[in-house]
Design a protein around this ligand. Structure first.
Ligand SMILES: CNc1nc2c(CC[C@H]3O[C@@H](OC)[C@H](OC)[C@@H]3O)c3nc(N)[nH]c(=O)c3cc2[nH]1
Ligand SMILES: [Zn+2]
Length: 373
């Protein structure tokens, strides 16, 4: 049993008991202590981009076992505006979520959502995808916005290198991210129980990933994210990067793989040393009628369920499984009733949290867990 204690997450300790398995010696389970409560890792963070986990009440999200959810700088700065959220008491109060909040720094959304944008050394100038008005996101403004939102974990402002990229493209993009990380770190207002994570880039090139890690480790972030993955490279290439990238990061700090993923992706990444995940799959696919179950993914819109009087999963404790049948869910989703989106989302979030709970238990007991899914 290897006791590895995390360095200070400002005023708090993150205790991590990393049981060295033979096959999964990199898998680890632990607790991150923050100003807004504890995060049990490996952790799945439901995505609440616009200050709400779509189709869920925050108290319902809490019953699924989620310790932390995600918000987004890009969306919230456009509407309702960071200063307004600050004036109204911050995002925790605004959305009635008192546990930890992680906000992404906005770079990824600017590139994927906004029209007309210009990347300069200073930052990214773009027109809002809502009304076309002009905005600038920079390391300083992104960090300030996240402070105004009151987020527990602030992400450095980075450039998510697209896939595929040539070595030269990935190199200059990674170097820009390193310069922006330095400015993000300088702009961060360090407080007890709050933290800022750096995001390493470098695409699929191991020397660039190493250089990115070295640049960011110098800035002594409270945690580190592996960016530039789950951008179309596929699971095989992603795992190839994860075979070495987590080891470039400090073993005693949280490691967050952005935008991942399906249960099999999460299991493979935990086995390679990742602690934190975020993904829209359980919420977005739930709304589209896909339910994750131990029998595999159920497309509830399939007509074979229209008179199926059994629950999605007979032993699941979520309201969809306790009180309703597949036939009812099939009907609700077909006729686009709001309750359909709510129940499917609730079940999927419960499924993902149960998966994480079982992974944490298997690690704590020193058991192998590659067959869970
Ligand atoms: C899906 N794959 C993927 N997502 C990614 C995100 C979050 C997207 C963000 O967008 C929202 O989900 C749609 C979430 O925001 C609440 C998420 O954090 C990334 N964010 C940053 N800053 N840098 C990256 O390199 C990056 C890479 C990703 N790969
Ligand atoms: Zn259920």
């Amino acid at each position: 049993e290897k006791e590895v204690s995390i360095t200070k997450f400002p005023a708090d300790e993150r205790k991590i008991i990393a049981k060295a398995h033979d096959k999964y010696k990199k898998a680890r389970a632990g607790i991150i202590n923050t100003r807004h409560g504890q995060i049990h890792t490996p952790a799945f963070m439901p995505v609440g981009t616009k200050g709400t986990v779509k189709a869920m009440l925050p108290e319902s999200v809490q019953t699924t076992g989620a310790d932390i959810i995600l918000g987004n700088t890009y969306h919230l700065m456009l509407q309702p505006g960071a200063k307004r959220v600050f004036k109204l008491g911050g995002l925790h109060k605004f959305m009635n979520w008192s546990k930890p909040l992680l906000t992404d720094s906005g770079g990824f959304q600017v590139m994927s959502l906004s029209k007309l944008r210009k990347i300069t050394e200073e930052g990214v100038i773009f027109n809002s995808h809502i009304d076309g008005s002009k905005f600038m996101l920079s390391p300083e403004s992104s960090t300030e916005i996240q402070y105004l939102l009151g987020s527990t974990i602030t992400m450095a402002f980075d450039e998510c290198t697209p896939y595929p990229s040539t070595y030269e493209q990935a190199k200059s993009s990674m170097e820009l991210t390193s310069r922006w990380a330095k400015r993000s770190r300088k702009a961060f207002y360090s407080r007890d129980g709050y933290g800022q994570f750096g995001i390493i880039q470098g695409s699929i090139y191991n020397d660039l990933r190493l250089k990115s890690a070295l640049d960011l480790i110098e800035l002594d972030f409270e945690g580190y994210a592996i960016g530039g993955l789950a951008v179309g490279e596929g699971q095989e290439l992603m795992f190839k990067v994860l075979d070495y990238a987590p080891d470039l990061l400090p073993i005693n700090k949280p490691r967050y793989l952005m935008g991942v993923g399906k249960p099999a992706d999460i299991i493979g990444a935990v086995q390679r040393g990742i602690d934190m995940f975020d993904c829209v799959i359980p919420t977005r696919s739930g709304r589209n009628g896909q339910a994750f179950t131990k029998y595999g993914v159920v497309n509830i819109r399939n007509s074979k369920y229209k008179e199926d009087n059994t629950p999605l999963e007979e032993d699941c404790l979520c309201p969809a499984c306790k009180n309703y049948t597949k036939a009812y869910l099939h009907y609700l989703v077909k006729v686009k009733e709001i309750l359909g989106a709510m129940l499917m989302t609730w079940h999927n979030l419960m499924y993902f949290q149960k998966l994480m709970l079982r992974i944490r238990e298997y690690i704590a007991q020193g058991k192998d867990f590659d067959f869970i899914s």
